[in-house]
Design a protein around this ligand. Sequence first.
Ligand SMILES: Nc1ncnc2c1ncn2[C@@H]1O[C@H](COP(=O)(O)OP(=O)(O)OP(=O)(O)O)[C@@H](O)[C@H]1O
Length: 275
Amino acid sequence: MLLSTVSSSAPVFRIGEPPVTVIAWKQALRFRRRKTKHRVICCDYSCLEVRDICYRPPGTELNILNGVNLSLREKSFGLIFGKSGSGKTTLLQLLAGLNKPTSGSICIQRYGDDGQQNSDPELLPTEKVGIVFQFPERFFVADNVLDEITFGWPRQKGSLQLKEHLTSNLQRAFNWVGLDSIPLDKDPQLLSGGYKRRLALAIQLVQTPDLLILDEPLAGLDWKARADVAKLLKHLKKELTLLVVSHDLRELATLVDQSWRMESGGVLVAERPPV
Ligand SMILES: Nc1ncnc2c1ncn2[C@@H]1O[C@H](COP(=O)(O)OP(=O)(O)OP(=O)(O)O)[C@@H](O)[C@H]1O
C-alpha cells in the first residue's frame, strides 16, 4: 500500500535486495578502490638513466664524454643542446648501443609513487631503442615506400611470425606519422622534406621502441615542415620516450620536459633551453 504512493523515480526497496543506499555505498567503495588502484599504477614509473658515462674511442687519448649523468622519465621529451663537437651525437650512439661506454652504465630504473627506487636497475635493451640519424633521407635505399620501410625486416623463412607482427605494426606507425595517404609504391625520394622525415620515423616506430632518439630532427627542413615535424613529436611523446639532440631550440622548447646542455669536454649540465 505504501509502495503505491512512492513516485516512480524514488528508489524502490524489495524483499531480498539490499537497500539502494547500501548499493550506492558499495559502488562508491568499489570506485574508490579502483581510483586508488589507478593512482598506484599511474605513479609507478620508470626512467631512462645514464650513470656516470665516460667514453673514449678506441686508440685515442682523450675522453669525448666525461661523467655524463641524466635521468629521463618515461613518455617525456628530453632535449640535449650545446656547441658543435661537444659530444651530443656520441652520447646518442651509446644510448642506441652502437658503441659501448668506456665506463658507467645506461639503465632503466623503476620508481614507486613515493619517488623511491622500487627495484634493481635493468640494462636498457637496445632492441627497444630506435634512432633516427641526422638527415635520415640520405640513407634511403629503396625505390618505393614499402620496400624502404621493410628493408631491414628478417628475410629467413622461419621469421613469418615476426614479419606478421611487424606488418600489423606498420599501419599503426603510418597512422601515427600521417603517412597513411601516401601510396606505398611512391619513390621515397619524391616525397617532400617533411614526409621523408615522417617515413624515417615510421621505419623506427614499426619496431615499437620504448625510447626514440632523434639527432637534429628539424635540420634542413623549411618552416612548414619544421612545424609539422615538431607537432608530430608532440603527438609521439604521449606514446614513448623521446630524447632529441637539436640546435633548433625555438621550435622544440614547448615540448621539452627536461633539457641539458652538453659542454665542451663532454660534460652534461641540466639547463633550460636559452630561448
Ligand atoms: N671515433 C672517434 N674518434 C675520435 N674522435 C671522435 C670520434 N667520434 C667523434 N669524435 C670527436 O668527438 C667530438 C664530439 O663529436 P660529436 O659528433 O659527438 O659532437 P656533437 O656535439 O654531436 O657535434 P655536432 O653538433 O656538430 O653534431 C668531435 O670533436 C669529434 O671529432
